[in-house]
Design a protein around this ligand. Structure first.
Ligand SMILES: *Cc1c(COP(=O)(O)O)cnc(C)c1O
Length: 486
């Protein structure tokens, strides 16, 4: 590797600081407090190696000044800092979601209500009466309170809670369909969010899939013709992130429930997002209403806790008592059951519905219900505050434009609530560079680029986050301006 031309590399390599000497630097001391000595030593070794590899790859002739002991030590410290900050960015980190995508799959879907956050910290984080009956001092049933609240809210006889809606679907199909046939419309053989594909889930559960109808039109008679002695279930899946429009038909839950019950089989609906608040006036009438599905006779309905309900990630199951008990007794339930953190957050989230405060307290519902006028007022006020912060030296300018927010999370893909977009420009930064600077600030600010400009949609930013957002914008603006002058 050391050929004639880079024969001086050998000498430089002697100057690379030892790991021990790096561990004595200020940089290492400050990282050590958070990372611990063993982890720090590993990072320091990587940093030293990366600088050595750079030297071996290329030392330009006449560059001796850049390779003094001090300068090399500085380079290793810089590499150590980069490794540590990259690692911290990979850990879970609170972010400001300025994208206007309400249920943002990559940003943790539903932000929890204050009530849910408080309940996690106050009731669930330490010891709690998870499986303990305080009145008798005997063993109690995990999740009993959350289950009974869920049953009451959906109008169902009974309810059960697992880790996510995918787990709920697998449990239902395995417990109720395994070894028999499950009939589903060709228009509902969908893939939801990457790797949840209805046909694969059904195969996995051991239920034989029987497809009926066509992609765009399926009638009750199609299901009826497919019924055999082995049929266990009729399955109805909400296509969620996918819409069939135009010449379409699919039977209502009531019609399918009647057909199922006339033939001694069960009707299962995977409702996905599922609504238990009245969201029709926000254009969400196409999302399945869980109370209506139960009232119309579905035997079991599954939906997500962290989509339109606005709670923690969880799989919510509501249905007939006898059916829910079969799920509870199935061995898979033990593997898929929820933990105490989920129950605490769900009880608090359901509590908001009980007190009819859901539209105020649950962030997803509050964000959906913001009107264009609300957003205009907020965006104007925000831009006035921003203007007083960035006067003169920041290079930042902005205008307010009309735009659209997104529901997200595979819910209501056709609904795009009108919003106001704070559209940013910077004298020195291109839109991608401004987007990256915001993303790499602390806390990270995640934005969208629309028509070659970075835009901020305050629909998904809480009022408490506004000062942080203003500070990030003015700091990034000033730093870029200063960097451009020097
Ligand atoms: C989102 C969705 C799922 C998966 O829910 P997770 O909570 O992400 O596991 C399953 N079925 C439908 C119809 C969905 O919309």
């Amino acid at each position: 590797m050391l050929d004639q031309e880079s024969g001086n590399t050998g000498a430089f390599l002697q100057l690379i600081p030892s790991i021990d000497s790096i561990l004595q630097t200020e940089t290492a001391h400050s990282i050590r407090r958070e990372a611990g000595i063993n982890h720090l030593t590993m990072l320091a070794r990587h940093a030293v190696n990366s600088v050595r590899d750079e030297l071996l790859a290329n030392v330009p002739a006449g560059a001796e000044d850049d390779y003094s002991r001090v300068k090399l030590s500085g380079r290793v410290e810089a590499a150590l800092n980069r490794l540590w900050s990259r690692e911290k960015n990979l850990r879970l980190k609170r972010v400001i979601n300025a994208t206007g995508v309400i249920i943002h799959t990559n940003l943790g879907r539903a932000p929890l209500s204050i009530q849910a956050r408080t309940a996690i910290a106050a009731e669930a984080a330490g010891y709690c009466a998870l499986e303990y009956d305080l009145e008798t001092g005997k063993r109690g049933r995990r999740g009993a309170a959350a289950e009974s609240m869920l049953a009451e809210l959906t109008g169902a006889e009974s309810a059960l809670i697992v880790n996510n809606c995918a787990a709920a679907a697998i449990l239902v199909l395995s417990a109720l369909g395994s070894g028999g046939e499950a009939i589903i419309s060709r228009g509902e053989m969908v893939e939801i969010g990457g790797d949840f594909r209805i046909p694969d889930v059904m195969t996995q559960s051991g239920a034989k899939l029987v497809e009926v109808g066509t992609t765009n039109r399926t009638r009750a008679a199609d299901y009826e013709r497919a019924l055999t002695e082995n049929t266990r279930l009729l399955v109805k899946v909400h296509p969620s992130n996918y819409r069939i429009v135009g010449f379409t038909a699919s039977p209502a839950i009531g019609e399918l429930a009647a057909l199922a019950h006339r033939n001694g089989v069960l009707l299962y609906e995977d409702a996905g997002s599922g609504v238990i608040a009245d969201l029709n006036k926000f254009g969400l009438e196409a999302e399945p209403d869980i109370r209506k599905s139960i009232a119309d006779g579905a035997d079991v309905v599954t939906f997500s806790g962290d989509k339109l309900l606005g709670g923690p990630q969880s799989g919510l199951i509501a249905g007939k008592h006898e059916v829910v008990e079969r799920l509870r007794r199935h061995p898979l339930y033990r593997a898929l059951r929820a933990n105490k953190i989920i129950y605490a957050a769900l009880e608090a989230t359901f509590g908001s519905f009980f007190r009819e405060k859901q539209m105020d307290e649950i962030p997803v519902l509050r964000m959906i219900s913001l009107t264009p006028a609300d957003l205009e007022t907020r965006t104007n006020r925000f831009s006035e505050r921003l203007a007083t912060k960035i006067v003169g030296a920041s290079g930042l300018s902005f205008i307010i434009k009309d735009g659209n927010s997104v529901i997200g999370g595979g819910s209501a893909p056709a609904v795009q609530p009108p919003t106001k977009l704070l559209t940013l420009a910077h004298a020195e930064l291109s839109a991608p560079n401004l987007e990256a600077a915001l993303r790499l600030s602390d806390p990270p600010v995640i934005t969208r680029i629309v028509d070659d400009s970075v835009v901020i949609d305050l629909r998904t930013v809480s009022e408490e986050q506004e000062p942080e957002l203003i500070a990030a914008l003015s700091r990034i603006g000033r730093e870029a301006k200063r960097a451009a002058r020097t």
